[in-house]
Design a protein around this ligand. Structure first.
Ligand SMILES: O=C(O)C(=O)C[C@]1(C(=O)O)C=C[C@@H](O)C=C1
Length: 388
């Protein structure tokens, strides 16, 4: 059963954006060229100018970054201070520098995804979105600069919707961030655990607390996000319902914490992807991961053959996910009956531990392309090895 959650006071972005042609928050192509000896291609992607103050200050920030960059030189400089090429370190700093970035996440204030956005881009402005699709669309339409979305959880598994959306949209994975998820059981003040009949939360959160909720005999009700559940319980002053959400959500919505760390395993980690309109330049200066999606002809040993392109180059795979290609039912020519194919066609999503700048990765993908019916690189990005 899905409860209806009232809108946040700061209304989250929803899919039907009002302005069909929103002004880009920062479109490098619209900015004037750099004046002080910066090579054309560097200047065109980094200097300032814009309409709003926010836009201007963003441009100034980026201008300053370029001024501090190894490209800075003037005609009186000695040869040793001639421009040095951009390094991947500089570019990935640009990519992870959070100040003034607007970052879309799914949910309302207090959602784990908001914490993930703040962890990925410190000092960013997190922008709540109603659905995952909305966050993808917000980046594509320049309403925000990045999106941070959950992709898998150590207890609940994959967030399939986001795998499907990665393919449907043209965004690039520019990073990953892992967040420890510690769920609390929240209720209005004065309510005891014994008073509760039901509990509201995001389906992933409910799944991650399966054992505790079963022991308590609570009926689960799925809603869009954990913080939205907390908000609903507080807003409607519910007496028979609690919410599974974060400690942050308890504070924001003024709820009491009835139980802490109710997830089935104390090591509960969600991995989030950082998405942008442009890819980052892959480096080899730190551990990188690459995410791809491909499909194969039906036949014996095809997947084995596909995975062997990595094994034979000693490339470690960190994740494989298969998703049905969404045309499982075929109409007959008369349009009346439905023919089911003998096999469901599948898409395979694979993450591996190598940068696209690594020759082994290029060779592996070149090899895979020889027999894959479709292949796309979703992104090559620094690995988050912080939470293991
Ligand atoms: O509901 C939230 O707070 C979310 O950020 C969503 C979400 C998810 O989709 O997996 C994120 C992290 C947790 O695993 C539980 C829920």
């Amino acid at each position: 059963m899905t409860a209806t959650i009232p809108r946040s006071p700061i209304t989250p972005l929803h899919s039907q954006f009002q302005n069909p042609n929103p002004t880009p928050l920062f479109n490098p192509r619209l900015l004037p060229q750099r004046r002080r000896g910066i090579p054309h291609h560097a200047a065109s992607s980094s200097s300032g100018g814009g309409e709003s103050n926010r836009h201007k200050s963003r441009a100034i920030e980026l201008q300053k970054l370029i001024e501090d960059s190894p490209y800075e030189f003037n005609s009186k400089d000695s040869p040793s201070s001639l421009p040095r090429p951009l390094t991947s370190a500089l570019l990935s700093n640009l990519a992870t520098e959070g100040s003034h970035l607007r970052v879309a996440y799914q949910g309302v204030r207090g959602a784990y995804s908001e914490s993930a956005a703040e962890k990925a881009y410190p000092n960013c402005e997190p922008v709540p979105c109603e659905q995952f699709d909305t966050a993808f669309e917000a980046v594509e339409r320049w309403l925000v600069d990045r999106a941070v979305l959950p992709i898998e959880n150590s207890l609940g598994g994959s967030i399939h919707r986001n795998y499907d959306l990665l393919l449907r949209h043209k965004l690039h994975i520019v990073g990953e961030v892992k967040l420890a998820i510690r769920h609390c059981l929240l209720a209005n003040h004065g309510i005891k655990i014994e008073d509760l009949n039901r509990v509201l939360s995001h389906p992933q959160a409910l799944a991650q607390c399966e054992n505790t909720l079963t022991k308590l005999g609570l009926v689960r009700e799925a809603v869009d996000d954990t913080a939205g559940a907390a908000k609903h319980v507080a807003f409607h002053k519910l007496k028979d319902a609690g919410a599974v959400a974060s400690m942050a959500a308890a504070k924001i919505y003024g709820l009491n914490v009835l139980a802490q760390d109710i997830q089935d395993d104390s090591d509960n980690v969600t991995r989030f992807l950082m998405l942008a309109r442009e890819p980052i330049i892959p480096g080899t200066d730190k551990p990188f991961k690459t995410s791809i999606v491909f499909s194969l002809e039906e036949g014996p040993g095809m997947l084995f053959k596909a995975l062997a392109v990595f094994a034979m180059r000693n490339i470690n795979l960190t994740k494989i996910e298969s998703r049905p290609l969404q045309k499982q039912a075929l109409q007959t020519p008369d349009g009346n009956a439905t023919v089911f194919p003998k096999y469901f066609p599948y898409l395979f999503y694979v993450d591996f531990e190598a940068s696209m700048a690594d020759e082994r990765a290029q060779n592996a993908l070149g090899h895979l392309k020889e027999f894959a019916t479709f292949m796309r690189v979703l992104g090559s990005y620094p690995a988050d090895n912080g939470l293991q």
